[in-house]
Design a protein around this ligand. Structure first.
Ligand SMILES: [Zn+2]
Length: 414
């Protein structure tokens, strides 16, 4: 079993000579792709075989590209043409693609190798002449160095601004998610005031939600202004912008969480089941708008995806009472939460940060789920309606529920 991953590494200050080779090759590559697209448009085809026959030899003669590169030129042209016909099939308006300046240099499997010389890594690109190579120095972050031995498949060199980058595909051996030994559970409480509160064996880590809240309020006030002036075009453009921003933010949060978790042996990230989060949070309209379950669902999806790649497990637990239960004595009542931020147990007198209390309870519930399988209460009415799948985790059955979300808080103006 293997899993695929792609990494992007910057080339560290290639020499003038290497830069010249890079620009020249990428220009030849663009010319080649342009030719393929020309044929694709005039012949109305995206067939690889047809385009290869029509362009491969002509490409090599006109652009002077070596065979490995010429093959990638055809591939790049085919990919662009196919994306265009894909859009047309969906009745979307699109003009025939042109080769952009961002089009990089495709590197076939045989056109390059990643090699270590001393302490430094190089991408050795073939120039088409036997025994002649360009050694492009790679800037490799420490945590990626061990992955470079798994580089496998077609790669790409591309330029952004003044810098050159290498996009390298990896084929990593699959690590089983749960191994022998005790799991380390990390309970995660999601919220608005605190985006994420994570209880770990080494203490608690909190992601403050205030900057995000300000940003969303700013988006909301812009939206109201556009509405007053009936600028639907602006509203549309802005909701796209907001969505991209949210995706980006969730990517960062998910990466940070998974990076933290992977340090622990047999790490298991524990979330509450999403429907519960929306129900649990009370508050005004303003509060709810920012509590769009879409964003939480998006975040947990991203965490699941990244966690799988990192060999970290993700478990969902019943959200009921996690915020009202005392993590010290287990007493559960609403009067434990008279204030939003503070938890004060009416039974044993323990008091502390409310989010942290919830995160601790979530971690404990996650551990119970791992040890005993889901309890009856973990299957709420909503989740029974939704499609639920049982996955076996180290002999323990864990209920993972896919809940369909119809919430459109994020796009619908308040
Ligand atoms: Zn208590």
């Amino acid at each position: 079993m293997h899993r695929a991953e792609t990494i992007i590494l910057k080339l560290t200050a290639p020499s003038a000579n290497k830069r010249a080779w890079l620009s020249q090759t990428s220009q030849a590559f663009r010319d080649g792709v342009g030719m393929v697209l020309g044929v694709a448009e005039s012949e109305q085809t995206s067939s690889r075989a047809k385009l290869h026959n029509a362009c491969y030899t002509a490409n090599r003669e006109e652009t002077g590209l070596p065979s490995d590169y010429a093959r990638m030129v055809v591939n790049a042209g085919v990919a662009l043409a196919r994306s265009y016909w894909g859009l047309r099939k969906k009745k979307r308006r699109a003009s025939f693609p042109k080769v952009g300046k961002s089009q990089g240099i495709g590197l076939g499997v045989h056109a390059y190798a990643v090699l270590k010389r001393g302490e430094r890594f190089f991408l050795r690109a073939s120039t088409g002449k036997r025994g002649q190579y360009k050694w492009l120095p790679l800037s490799v972050p420490v945590h990626l160095a061990s992955k470079l031995e798994f580089v496998h498949g077609d790669a790409k060199l591309f330029q952004r601004g003044q810098d050159w980058f290498a996009m390298l595909p990896l084929r990593l051996p699959h690590t089983p998610a749960v191994r022998d030994g005790e799991p380390t559970v990390l309970g995660v409480d999601l919220g608005v005031v605190k985006l994420m509160t994570v209880e770990t064996p080494d203490g608690c880590k909190i992601w403050n939600g205030l900057p995000v809240r300000h940003r969303r309020e700013h988006f909301a006030s812009l939206r109201r202004r556009y509405q007053r002036h009936r600028r639907t075009d602006r509203i549309k453009a802005q909701s796209g912008k907001e969505r991209r921003w949210m995706h980006d933010l969730n990517h960062k949060l998910a990466s940070e969480l998974v990076d933290m978790a992977r340090f622990y042996p047999n790490a298991v990230i524990v979330f509450e089941q999403l429907d519960g989060i929306r129900d649990r949070v009370r508050g005004g309209k303003k509060f709810n708008r920012m509590m769009s379950s879409w964003t939480f669902r998006d975040l947990t999806d991203k965490v699941k995806y990244k966690a799988e790649a990192a060999g970290v497990d993700v478990v969902f637990v019943d959200p009921r009472k996690t915020s009202q239960t005392c993590c010290r004595c287990g007493h559960a009542t609403r009067s434990n939460r008279t204030k939003q931020a503070l938890f004060r147990c009416v039974n044993c007198g323990w008091s502390g940060n409310a989010d942290r209390n919830a995160a601790t309870n979530i971690a404990a519930a996650g551990l119970r789920t791992l040890q005993q399988g889901p309890t009856d209460t973990a299957r709420s009415e909503e989740s029974e309606q939704a499609s639920s799948s049982l996955t076996t985790l180290d002999g323990v059955k864990v209920c993972e529920t896919q809940v369909l979300h119809t919430d459109s808080n994020l796009v619908s103006p308040a």
